[in-house]
Design a protein around this ligand. Sequence first.
Ligand SMILES: *[C@@H]1O[C@H](CO)[C@@H](O)[C@H](O)[C@H]1NC(C)=O
Ligand SMILES: *[C@@H]1O[C@H](CO)[C@@H](O)[C@H](O)[C@H]1NC(C)=O
Ligand SMILES: *[C@@H]1O[C@H](CO)[C@@H](O)[C@H](O)[C@H]1NC(C)=O
Ligand SMILES: *[C@@H]1O[C@H](CO)[C@@H](O)[C@H](O)[C@H]1NC(C)=O
Ligand SMILES: *[C@@H]1O[C@H](CO)[C@@H](O)[C@H](O)[C@H]1NC(C)=O
Length: 461
Amino acid sequence: MKLTLLSLYMIFVVPSILAQTMSGTSCVCDLKDSEPPFPMEKLQNVEKAATKCTESITSKQMLEVDALLLGLNRRLSQLEQQVGVLEREDDGDLYGAVSLRIIEIELAEILQLVKKLNNTTLHHQSLSSNTLKELQAMTAEMEELEKFDHTRVVSKQRENQRLKRELTECRDELQATPLPPTPEPGHCPQGHLVNVTGPKTNTGTEYGTSYSYGAWGQDANPPAGKENWFWLVALTSSNVYANYIREYSSLSSLIAAVKVGDVVIASANPTTNTIQGPNVVMYGDALYYGCYNSHSICRFNMTQRAVTTVSLPKDSGFNNKFPFCHLQACYVYTDLDLATDESGVWVTYTSPDSFGNVIIRKVEAGSPPALGRTWNTSLHKRTATNTFMACGVLYATRYLDKETEEIFYSFDTVTGQERYDLHIHIKKPYTNIQSLNYSPRDRMLYVYSDAYLLTYNVIFE
Ligand SMILES: *[C@@H]1O[C@H](CO)[C@@H](O)[C@H](O)[C@H]1NC(C)=O
Ligand SMILES: *[C@@H]1O[C@H](CO)[C@@H](O)[C@H](O)[C@H]1NC(C)=O
Ligand SMILES: *[C@@H]1O[C@H](CO)[C@@H](O)[C@H](O)[C@H]1NC(C)=O
Ligand SMILES: *[C@@H]1O[C@H](CO)[C@@H](O)[C@H](O)[C@H]1NC(C)=O
Ligand SMILES: *[C@@H]1O[C@H](CO)[C@@H](O)[C@H](O)[C@H]1NC(C)=O
């Protein structure tokens, strides 16, 4: 069966509509009746909110318009990529047709967004020329798509025509002036993140290459006596689960595989409150991670050897519902990404309500841990391979090729500004990055990559 990753990806985006298209086929693995219908009303809510914006434009609200524009730009280029993949993969079978239908849906959604922006940007002439170019490209792509409908499973020619017309109208209508330059993000005393060099450290683990998922690092806020210690968590069961943390008293002992010992969360793996997913962090002598089979964050106190939990909102993704991905594959069970920076602990995740876009939450490391402020981003989680925080700015990476990962996106939690135009490359000795976190103490990125442990220097300017 040729079930492309592309169609899997998009099944996730529009579950209910697909449920209609696909009922009676075998390709319904992720479609549950409990799924909410395609959230068109949510989109309308967003639209209403954006319309309200224009009533009294404050500078904060202007930023929201900018964010929408950035999100739109991004989605258009994603859509183009998806169409590109579809073109390469089409063999006239059902899945090609299904993908085509999904692309149509995606396109209709984007058109709505464009219309909304047309409305909200009347007072605010700032649609970037890039968007116009993308729209032109999309019109051409849609023409290509039409030639494509071999199977007639989707006979939507007329709708295509209409969409094409609307696209052309949009393009003609929206007289663009370039986006005002957005300031560089970041509030580090040492400046902005401008480059990543390395890897500096590149070492195997004492497990060999048995476990391709895991994480490692230094405690971002270590207790006295453990300042030089390192921790390592390998997901020893199914690339998904772990039940203990291995500690080393220095980097050289880690490289030499001389451990201090293992701190065990529970004797079974997996079981309630053990580790699920690779993006875990250590802060204040406690490990923060996604709890097994739950939409909660667990904190395991290394001295007390006890777990406390804090729940994310009920519809938040877990159990591999919203993983990080690139076009060829997803990183399994990466629904929750814990992160540390100068200000403490953060978590990113997503939910159907946010269309699968990344949500940032501050985690208050008090007792018990609690959730702090929330930020909604326009970053579609499946287009990122990982995220990290530095100086209150979220950065997201994507997979360029086997040798290169790119930091392409940032969200500044202080100003609310988003950027999709960062082109900071990370050189990779190994193909995949399963976890990535910033260490505020040494300003390095700690990376777990296909069972190897890497560090990178982060350059601020
Ligand atoms: C745009 O604004 C017009 C007039 O204010 C309104 O009728 C229309 O519904 C709006 N369209 C969208 C997509 O928000
Ligand atoms: C954009 O807005 C203007 C003014 O409200 C309207 O006349 C035009 O039809 C809109 N264009 C699109 C593509 O929605
Ligand atoms: C980033 O660092 C690398 C390695 O030192 C260097 O080759 C590259 O030119 C730097 N890029 C920028 C944008 O400074
Ligand atoms: C862990 O437990 C110890 C001993 O009860 C306590 O002093 C410490 O504050 C706890 N750490 C966290 C992060 O809750
Ligand atoms: C984020 O989005 C959700 C769902 O659309 C909304 O309910 C919430 O108020 C938003 N939060 C913020 C801080 O904008």
